[in-house]
Each structure stands twice: as structure tokens, then as C-alpha cells.
Design a protein around this ligand. Structure first.
Ligand SMILES: NC(=O)c1ccc[n+]([C@@H]2O[C@H](COP(=O)([O-])OP(=O)(O)OC[C@H]3O[C@@H](n4cnc5c(N)ncnc54)[C@H](OP(=O)(O)O)[C@@H]3O)[C@@H](O)[C@H]2O)c1
Length: 277
């Protein structure tokens, strides 16, 4: 494993886009009444917001009145998610294109001084035994999942500390707690995310910054879509609820962690009971 080198990767295509919202009559009808919105006026940063769990958390946060900064590498997908948010929420949403594993990328976030909630959902996986996995892939998985989360916490958490408020929600995986063939780098990176969450919860608690981690089992997204039919069937058989979770169910848990003011160092299983088996 190489040491952390900020300029290891090629420079990402960086740009922040803001679009003024436009309200249609029908979208107004679907908005929650102001009094019911749990994140009204909150500024939230969500990594991995172009697809899957991160995108669903962004949709849910926007419905609850949050203003979101969406981070990912795919500008076009991020743009589509932002357009959806403009329809359901009342906040102004932005897009930041970049690679969370690039140390230089996080320099851009230093100016985000008033962040209420940071969600680290960006992640990649791999399915291959350690001895035939290339060192560069091992490094990419750890750099994206672990260093990406740590750098996000370091940059945004520093501003939260200064503001004396904030909440960080990391997304780990059951594979960070439990074995799984072909997932060595992924499991190592997600164990690291759980470990860093615990350490940071004790560091930042006295600054009124809460740090929590969600530990999903299998969730229906592009990530699990890539599983072979055999692997999917084996996984389904071992889950007590006999189904994969939905991204919306993970987003519900993110709302809980974002709003419950006593939630600090929660390690929240969302695995349909898989960790019990
Ligand atoms: N699905 C599951 O069963 C499951 C289970 C446990 C944990 N998780 C975790 O949940 C999180 C979300 O997973 P998902 O299922 O939603 O996966 P997904 O559908 O594959 O989405 C992954 C997201 O991460 C972003 N991303 C990946 N690498 C990035 C990088 N270097 N820089 C910036 N963004 C990056 C992707 O955006 P771009 O491609 O646009 O960059 C995408 O938005 C991940 O951390 C994953 O490990 C998922």
C-alpha cells in the first residue's frame, strides 16, 4: 500500500454549478409543509450523490428542506439528480464534479464554512481474490473509500468544529465487520471507515459535532446489480428478510442520524438481519 499522496491522481474536472430553482404548480403541491420539514435551511454535502444510496439521500434531504451540494465524478448524472431536487425541495442545490480520492479536490471544500450535514456515500467495490487483484486496484479501493472519507471528514469537520455544530454520516458496509470472499480491499476500507468514525466521534463530540456510520448489508443499486446471479441468490438466501434493502430505507436512516441530537458514534446496521446470521 502506498502512502497517501495528494497528487497521485490526474486532476479532476472541477466545477461548481448552481441553478436557480423554478417551481411548477404541481411540484408545489408535493412539497412538504414548511413546519414538517426536518432539514429546513440546512446546508448538506453528499458525496456519491450521482447514483444509488447517495442520490437517494440527497432526494430525501431535499424533500426535508435541505440545500444540497452534490459530489461525484459524473457531471451529467449529478446534473440530473440536481434537477430532481429542484422539483421537490425549496433550497438551492449545487454540483461539484471531482474525485473524492484526490487530496487536492478537498481543498475546494475549505470555503464551505457552514455545513450542517456531511454524508460520505462515495464508494467503489471489487469482487476478486486478493492474490489476483492488482496493487493499483487495491490502492484505488482504499484511496476512494477510506482516504476519501477521511479527507472529507478532515476538511469539512474542521469547519464544523469552528462553527461548533455539525453532523457527519459515513457509509461503511457489513463487509467491514464480517468476512466476505473476494472483498479484501473493500472490507479493509470499510473497517477503516467504522474505525475512523469511532475515533472522530470522541474527538469532535465536545465541539458539538456528531459523527455516525451506517453499515448497510446488500442494497439495490448499481453496485449490487453487478453481482452474478449465483452470488445474488446466495446472498438472498442468507438474509433473514429474504430481500436486499432499498436505497430509500438507507436514506430514512440518514434522516434519523442527521436530526437526532443525541446520536453520536452510532454504528447503525441496515442489513435485513444479515449480521445476526
Ligand atoms: N449497494 C450496496 O449493497 C452497499 C452495501 C454496503 C455499503 N454500500 C456503500 O454505500 C455507498 C454507496 O453505494 P451505492 O450502492 O450507492 O453504489 P453506486 O450506485 O455504485 O454509487 C456509488 C457512488 O459513488 C460515487 N463515486 C465512486 N467513486 C468516486 C470517486 N472516486 N469520487 C467521487 N465519487 C465517487 C459514484 O459517482 P460517480 O461514478 O459519478 O463518480 C456514485 O455516485 C458506497 O460507499 C458503498 O460502498 C453499498
Amino acid at each position: 500500500m502506498h502512502s497517501w499522496r495528494p497528487s497521485l491522481r490526474s486532476k479532476p474536472n472541477l466545477a461548481i454549478y448552481t441553478v436557480n430553482r423554478t417551481f411548477s404548480q404541481s411540484s408545489r403541491l408535493h412539497k412538504l409543509a414548511s413546519a414538517e420539514r426536518q432539514l429546513a435551511g440546512k446546508h448538506c454535502i453528499i458525496t456519491g450523490a450521482s447514483r444509488g444510496i447517495g442520490a437517494e439521500i440527497a432526494r430525501r434531504f431535499a424533500r426535508e428542506g435541505a440545500r444540497c451540494l452534490l459530489i461525484g465524478r459524473n457531471e451529467s448524472l449529478l446534473g440530473k439528480v440536481r434537477e430532481e431536487l429542484e422539483k421537490v425541495g425549496e433550497g438551492e442545490h449545487r454540483v461539484l464534479v471531482g474525485d473524492v480520492g484526490d487530496g487536492e479536490f478537498w481543498g475546494l471544500l475549505k470555503k464551505e464554512k457552514h455545513v450542517d450535514v456531511l454524508v460520505n456515500a462515495a464508494g467503489i467495490t471489487h469482487y476478486s481474490p486478493l492474490f489476483i487483484t492488482s496493487p493499483s486496484l487495491l490502492e484505488e479501493v482504499v484511496t476512494t473509500n477510506l482516504m476519501g472519507t477521511m479527507m472529507a471528514c478532515r476538511t469539512v469537520g474542521k469547519n464544523m468544529m469552528a462553527a461548533n455544530r455539525g453532523c457527519i454520516i459515513n457509509v461503511a458496509s457489513l463487509l467491514g465487520l464480517k468476512g466476505g470472499k473476494g472483498s479484501v480491499a473493500y472490507a479493509a476500507s470499510k473497517s477503516g471507515v467504522i474505525g475512523l468514525t469511532r475515533a472522530l466521534a470522541s474527538e469532535l463530540g465536545e465541539k458539538n459535532v456528531r459523527v455516525n456510520v451506517m453499515v448497510p448489508g446488500y442494497v439495490e443499486t448499481d453496485m449490487t446489480e453487478a453481482m452474478t446471479p449465483e452470488a445474488r441468490s446466495e446472498a438472498l438466501n442468507s438474509i433473514p428478510l429474504k430481500r436486499f434493502g432499498q436505497a430509500a430505507e438507507i436514506a430514512d436512516a440518514a434522516i434519523f442520524l442527521a436530526t437526532n441530537q443525541y446520536a453520536n458514534n452510532c454504528v447503525l446496521n441496515l442489513d435485513g438481519g444479515l449480521s445476526a446470521t
